[in-house]
Design a protein. Structure first.
Length: 140
């Protein structure tokens, strides 16, 4: 296995190959990804910092916001027929506590404001842990 390199997600080694692939994907974003990135980059969405093509557990997420535990995926034709793979990938992200939002290229092209609005709404969701159950709720 190649030597791992540090990554922003603590405790996660990233191979040189995976890092190079993420950089390549940043250079070669799809038109839909570029449109979304223009609205997310430089803390433009509610002052939140998003990263693009972020390696998480060996997968590359299109966009990732650490402070809101949000992964945003923009799916093009490459995702057709890969629903089971994507579902497994999303499950791994959810196990880390991340919410995963998926949009198609067509959704981005048809309603970019709606897509960004949905991302913003999810970023504003309450991230605090749920309150402990009361004695009555626990059946005591």
């Amino acid at each position: 296995m190649p030597n791992p390199v540090p990554n922003i997600i603590v405790g996660q080694p990233v191979t040189e190959v995976k890092l190079a692939r993420a950089k390549e994907l940043r250079r070669d974003m799809t038109p839909a990804e570029r449109r979304v990135w223009e609205r997310l980059r430089a803390n433009r969405l509610d002052g939140l910092r998003f990263r693009r093509q972020q390696v998480i557990d060996g997968f590359i997420a299109d966009f990732y916001c650490h402070s809101t535990a949000l992964v945003v995926e923009i799916d093009g034709s490459v995702h057709e027929g890969r629903e089971a793979y994507d579902a497994g990938r999303d499950q791994i992200f959810r196990q880390r506590g991340f919410l995963v939002l998926r949009f198609t290229n067509a959704e981005v092209e048809a309603d970019l404001d709606g897509v960004i609005g949905r991302i913003a709404a999810e970023c504003r969701r309450d991230l605090s842990p749920p309150a402990p159950l009361s004695e009555a709720e626990r059946g005591e």
